[in-house]
Design a protein around this ligand. Structure first.
Ligand SMILES: Cc1cc2nc3c(=O)[nH]c(=O)nc-3n(C[C@H](O)[C@H](O)[C@H](O)COP(=O)(O)OP(=O)(O)OC[C@H]3O[C@@H](n4cnc5c(N)ncnc54)[C@H](O)[C@@H]3O)c2cc1C
Length: 484
């Protein structure tokens, strides 16, 4: 964009959305530029904070007229740089943070309409107040927004039972690249009247439209809950354990989280008040949660019996079942603390991947051996949502190796991990998305037909490349590139 136009655009935006809606001060822009992993920090030209769907539509039209690309942003908790500017001073961030209302909640119909900038925790609380559950939970839920969670089709530890965010969305309100509003805020569970347009925007990471509100499906709140921490000797036994637990506890199973001993060691070092829940160390651990909306007092007994039979079959080495909410929370704290605690192990190269559940033992063994051959002493810290086949395949630096030397090996490690993922027909981006971090990887590894369809969708919905250029589809991959 020409410099002369910049002042004109800022001036017009100021008149449109007023002072609270426009951030241009360099210091204030920093807050929207950093992101959780500190990889991206370019400053936008400005941050636009519209307060209504109409204002979003109006700023989109204005930016389009001036040829300035828009980077949508929710809670800025994304881990792949989708919400971050790529070209400093040449793109604007459109933050949904002033659109955070719960517009309505229908307790009888078990649904709610929420604005995109509403933090997930606020939406969860509103549902809970009506005796309902919004079945989506992640460690970033205090800050991550409903719009961001939809745009990334986030998953969390409840995915194994309720699916990713896609499953909770009944309808969407979206501002399109030409400024028109697609009003799809229905609460219908059945609607086969043509293509399901919601699905285009869910998981599109802000590249096809700006989600301004969503109608969400709710379920009954749990009335019994149970959490257990189980020690396991290896991954093959873990899979047998999963099968056994699912057979005995059926649809009450709502979380199945895997962690290795290395992760527990990091966490126990990080949290001085925490302790190992089991007497002896085990190579792997499974964190199990089961819930039911059916009243009664039978779930804990059923879980204890399932774990007991797993012990008898030799697939559970030891276990503890939480006796109350506080104990359950301490077990969950061990799992949630892995990402920050990993810093104890120095640099961590992170891969958010998935493979078919049955392939996990072979995939992990094969990939870890290949990594050890390339980087002797490398410490894989593989944890995650094992029930969905989603592993955070993180690699801690070898003890004694310099941080920069290990960072320099990142391309080699990525190649080893992603080649193996491809061989096992897995995904290089299981839940965090592609953003800018994995855009080149996607371009290089995706089937040509799939890539071509994605490009066509992008150019049909956003022909001028206004929304989030260079995200998902690497710049060379978009037909038009950015409009600015
Ligand atoms: C501690 C921690 C734990 C996490 N755990 C998980 C986890 O378990 N599972 C998981 O899936 N992710 C997890 N994440 C990643 C992150 O929280 C999710 O991706 C989340 O969905 C991002 O929401 P957000 O509001 O912060 O979006 P942002 O980070 O602001 O944006 C993410 C992407 O969505 C786009 N976007 C945001 N809002 C809109 C909108 N209204 N319309 C269109 N596009 C939009 C952005 O352009 C960007 O591409 C975690 C992150 C942290 C820091």
């Amino acid at each position: 964009m020409r410099t002369a136009d910049t002042a004109g655009l800022i001036d017009r935006l100021g008149r449109l959305i007023g002072r609270p809606g426009l951030v241009v001060d360099r210091e204030d822009l920093q807050r929207y530029a950093g992101e959780p992993r500190g990889r991206y920090r370019e400053l936008p030209l400005a941050v636009l904070r519209p307060a209504s769907t109409q204002e979003v539509a109006a700023v989109v039209m204005l930016c389009r007229e001036h040829g300035v690309p828009i980077v949508p942003q929710g809670g800025n908790t994304g881990l792949v740089g989708g919400q971050s500017v790529r070209r400093p001073g040449r793109e604007v961030v459109l933050s949904l943070e002033r659109m955070r209302e719960v517009r309505s909640l229908d307790a009888e119909g078990a649904s709610m309409v929420v604005e995109a900038g509403c933090p997930l925790a606020t939406a969860q609380f509103a549902a809970e107040s009506a005796g309902l559950l919004l079945p989506m939970s992640l460690a970033s839920e205090g800050t991550a927004t409903v719009g961001g969670i939809i745009a990334t089709n986030a998953g969390g530890h409840l995915t194994v039972r309720y699916g990713n965010m896609r499953r909770q969305v009944l309808g969407l309100e979206v501002v399109l690249a030409d400024g028109r509003v697609l009003d799809g805020l229905t609460a219908l569970r059945k609607d086969n009247s043509g293509y399901d347009l919601n699905q285009l925007f869910i998981g599109s990471e802000g590249t096809l439209g700006i989600v301004t509100a969503a109608s969400l499906d709710l379920v009954s709140s749990p009335r019994q809950s149970m959490t257990a921490f189980i020690g396991v000797r290896d991954l093959a036994a873990t899979l047998t354990l999963l099968r056994l637990i699912r057979r005995q506890l059926g649809e009450t199973v709502s979380a199945l989280e895997l962690m290795p001993r290395l992760a527990l060691d990091f966490v126990l070092e990080e949290l001085p008040d925490a302790h190992d829940p089991l007497v002896r160390p085990h190579p792997w651990y499974l964190l199990l949660q089961a819930d039911t909306a059916v009243a009664g007092d039978w779930l804990r007994g059923a879980c204890a019996r399932a774990i007991e039979s797993a012990g008898e079959e030799g697939v559970a080495a030891d276990a503890v079942v939480a006796g109350n909410d506080t104990q359950a929370q301490s077990l969950w704290r061990l799992r949630e603390s892995i990402p920050p605690a990993q810093k104890r192990g120095g640099v961590s190269l992170k891969h958010d991947i998935s493979v078919p559940v049955a392939a996990i033992p072979g995939f992990v063994a094969e990939t870890c051996s290949a990594l050890e051959r390339r980087v002797p002493g490398i410490r894989p810290c593989v944890f995650g949502h094992v029930g969905d086949g989603n592993l955070h395949f993180n690699l801690s630096q070898p003890e004694g190796m310099a941080a920069d030397d290990f960072r320099a090996l990142e391309p080699d490690c990525n190649r080893i991990v992603f080649d193996a993922v491809q061989r096992y027909r897995g995904s290089i981006a299981a839940e965090h998305g592609i953003g800018q971090l994995r855009a080149a990887e996607l371009a290089g590894r995706t089937d040509a037909v799939r890539l071509e369809l994605m490009r066509r969708l992008k150019s049909a919905l956003d022909p001028e490349g206004l929304f989030n250029p260079g995200k998902i589809l690497a710049e060379a991959d978009t037909e038009d590139g950015a409009c600015g």
